[in-house]
Design a protein around this ligand. Structure first.
Ligand SMILES: *[C@@H]1O[C@H](CO)[C@@H](O)[C@H](O)[C@H]1NC(C)=O
Ligand SMILES: *[C@@H]1O[C@H](CO)[C@@H](O)[C@H](O)[C@H]1NC(C)=O
Ligand SMILES: *[C@@H]1O[C@H](CO)[C@@H](O)[C@H](O)[C@H]1NC(C)=O
Ligand SMILES: *[C@@H]1O[C@H](CO)[C@@H](O)[C@H](O)[C@H]1NC(C)=O
Ligand SMILES: *[C@@H]1O[C@H](CO)[C@@H](O)[C@H](O)[C@H]1NC(C)=O
Ligand SMILES: *[C@@H]1O[C@H](CO)[C@@H](O)[C@H](O)[C@H]1NC(C)=O
Length: 620
């Protein structure tokens, strides 16, 4: 951790000494009890430089917050950098996490922030850090906005000079990355929406109300050029069922996911899901906000199928595969919080994007799912969704190591991560796509691997799509030869024979999903009513003071929800209730299995939405 600029380091040290109490509490990195709201990307491992393309061999997790124990109520923010290999097998109970850069003890350098962005360069050797929220307990006054770069091979952080627009700092926005469209074939990063307040922006007092944005930062990693996009084209088109929108809703805490080969000039689209302002959740009913990269504008895109409703601090990843010659994309949404912290769930949704149709499937909570959570980070490696951290719904006492793996082919939670898998159409939606294909192009917040998938083979086999139902060609899943990314195996993978056991399992799953769907529909109706009512509620002035919402996400909606029916917000002070006290209550009456068997569950008022997805101070 040697900042490139000595004077900057000196200045920031002075700031830290003058304004911020020492970060006394050490976190047992890389294995704290909880970690949440950090920044994550997929890149190379140290000592394995490549000549151009990322090997996607390592998951990198920077910053965010962590706790030693569930009742630790300060010093959550950290600037530690942790890695997890993706090119070897491991058990989810004992993931080989490495503390690559211990917490520096100086929250300014490198930044100890939450819910900013970390983006990997196309060659996989650089991690760019931008944006994020600074600690509120202890209070760390935000420094001037900077863009940081971690050189994986040199093991060094530096502040980088950027060109283009002078931009400030934003937190709790929506990061995404688009492969190959930047200068010299590097990646182009995006960070849409988010908010600014006294914990993001240098010199703001807590008397300035938080601002929610609908602007978008675009960062060309190749030329290091920043753009602040504040007005949007009215020519955007993301399918034949979209309408342009030039003034999208401001929000924070949603997700943004790159999907290749759609939109104007087939440059791809960025799909925005969920999010909220201080007073209102975005209701993703049958419409999503989608950004058309080629036209530089947003649309309102109609969706079919299930309704996701309101959701914040979930995670979303995308995998694509060709089925009968056509590229079909799947955005997988996991977890998040619907209304308040007791509403954190472990639900899964799939958004299947096929040419002109965007169709949601509500998968619900699968058997063996982790405890409901929000503020976790996700990455897709082949057909494995790797979940890191999060704040749990029932505030488990300790969740070490807090790493989970979902097989996105079979939609089963696994206790093992296996390298060299390949994305394949989730069997659950094979009836939508007409078959199962495999592909190498995947993306998540800070990661995009396998390019845009244009040259992926079509492995969907000879089925003609007339075979409805998941029985079609379910066995197609993962290639077992482990050859990743070279696109040479065009051999048919789909088999087509489904054993009786698999059939029975699918039937059971179907029954489960139907029950789940019925419940969701009722809830969707309820939440639509709430949203309508909420639109009439005047915005709450938010002081943004450090105590407001400490230990919670910014959008603690418990009170907002009540206000939706009463028509008035509770007094501001409600927000400050008992930041140190912990109530013991029974387990929530939901069907989520408590994965953390034997751990006492309770609801801590210190855990809520995004604010709490703040920082932790890590260890050395
Ligand atoms: C460069 O990368 C290609 C594949 O991406 C590989 O075949 C080749 O051996 C590499 N060359 C060097 C010098 O590492
Ligand atoms: C982008 O521009 C908008 C509108 O002027 C401004 O509110 C916002 O702070 C800017 N974003 C950044 C990151 O500077
Ligand atoms: C949109 O495209 C689909 C095919 O992808 C077609 O079936 C449908 O009729 C089109 N709708 C409109 C309004 O053009
Ligand atoms: C994921 O599930 C598929 C289908 O059941 C299976 O073939 C594959 O081996 C699983 N992948 C891993 C990495 O376990
Ligand atoms: C596809 O199958 C899933 C369950 O496997 C079901 O929930 C969904 O409704 C089906 N979709 C269609 C379009 O038939
Ligand atoms: C949170 O939401 C749940 C239902 O979604 C509700 O039962 C509970 O009372 C809410 N909690 C608070 C603190 O508002």
């Amino acid at each position: 951790m040697r900042p490139s600029s000595l004077s900057w380091a000196a200045a920031s040290t002075l700031v830290a000494l003058a304004a911020a109490p020492a970060f006394a509490q050490q976190q047992p990195q890389p294995n704290p009890c909880f970690r949440w709201s950090g920044q994550m990307a997929i890149a190379n491992k140290a000592g394995a430089s490549t000549n151009g393309t990322s090997t996607a061999s390592t998951l990198w997790y920077q910053g965010g917050q962590a706790k030693l124990s569930s009742d630790q109520d300060s010093n959550w923010w950290t600037n530690a950098l942790v890695s997890l290999p993706l090119d070897e097998s491991w058990q989810t109970g004992t993931p080989p996490l490495t503390l690559v850069e211990p917490d520096s003890g100086d929250p300014i350098s490198p930044p100890a922030v939450s819910l900013g962005a970390m983006w990997a360069s196309a060659d996989g050797n650089s991690l760019y850090q931008w944006g994020g929220q600074w600690s509120d307990n202890p209070d760390v006054p935000p420094p001037a906005a900077r863009t940081w770069r971690y050189d994986i091979q040199a093991g060094e952080w530096e502040v980088v000079q950027t060109q283009g627009d002078e931009v400030g700092n934003v937190a709790e926005g929506q990061p995404a990355i688009v492969p190959g469209q930047g200068t010299d074939g590097d990646n182009v990063a995006y960070y849409s929406h988010g908010h600014q307040d006294d914990h993001t922006t240098e010199g703001w007092s807590n008397q300035i109300a938080r601002i929610y944005l609908n602007s978008m930062i675009q960062f060309d990693l190749g030329s290091r050029t920043m753009r602040n996009i504040t007005s949007y084209s009215s020519n955007a088109q993301t399918s034949n069922s979209s309408t342009p929108q030039t003034n999208p809703l401001s929000r924070a805490d949603g997700s943004l996911t790159y999907v290749p080969n759609l939109g104007t000039d087939n440059k791809g689209v960025l799909v925005s899901i969920g999010g909220a302002t201080q007073t209102q959740y975005v209701e993703d009913g049958s419409v999503l906000d989608v950004y058309d990269i080629g036209a530089a504008g947003w649309t309102r895109q109609s969706t079919l199928g299930a309704r996701v409703g309101s959701r914040i601090n979930h995670c979303a990843v995308r995998g694509s595969a060709k089925v009968h010659g056509q590229q079909v994309h799947h955005i997988i949404v996991y977890g998040g919080q619907r209304i308040n912290q007791t509403d954190r769930d472990s639900d899964l949704y799939i958004l299947t994007i096929q040419d002109n149709t965007y169709t949601w499937t509500d998968v619900g909570t699968l058997p063996g799912a982790p405890t409901g959570r929000a503020g976790h980070q996700c990455a897709l490696s082949g057909n494995q969704l790797v979940v890191v951290g999060g704040l749990t719904r029932d505030d488990v006492l300790c969740e070490q190591p807090g790493i989970f793996v979902l097989n996105t082919s079979s939609f089963e939670w696994q206790s093992e991560y296996r390298p060299n898998s390949v994305f394949s159409t989730p069997a659950l939606v094979a009836n939508l796509t007409g078959g199962i294909g495999t592909g190498f192009s995947t993306s998540g917040a800070g990661s995009a691997t396998g390019g845009d998938g244009t040259n992926d083979p079509d492995t969907s086999g000879a089925t003609d799509g007339s075979s409805s139902g998941p029985e079609g060609d379910v066995s197609g899943g993962t290639r077992s030869d482990g050859s990743g990314g070279d696109g040479t195996n065009a051999g048919a993978i789909a088999g087509g024979v489904v054993g009786g056991i698999v059939g029975l399992a699918l039937l059971a799953l179907l029954a489960f999903l139907l029950m789940r769907r019925r419940r969701r529909q009722r809830e969707a109706e309820d939440s639509e009513k709430r949203a309508l009512a909420g639109a009439a509620v005047a915005g709450r002035s938010n002081s943004g003071s450090s105590s407001s919402g400490r230990g919670r996400f910014v959008h603690e909606k418990g009170f907002a929800r009540e206000s939706f029916s009463s028509g008035a917000f509770p007094p501001y002070g409600w927000d400050r209730r008992g930041s140190g006290s912990v109530q013991h209550v029974g387990p929530a009456s939901d069907d989520v299995e408590q994965e953390t068997a034997g751990m006492e569950t309770f609801i801590s008022t210190g855990l809520a939405p995004k604010r709490e997805l703040r920082v932790v101070n890590a260890d050395n």
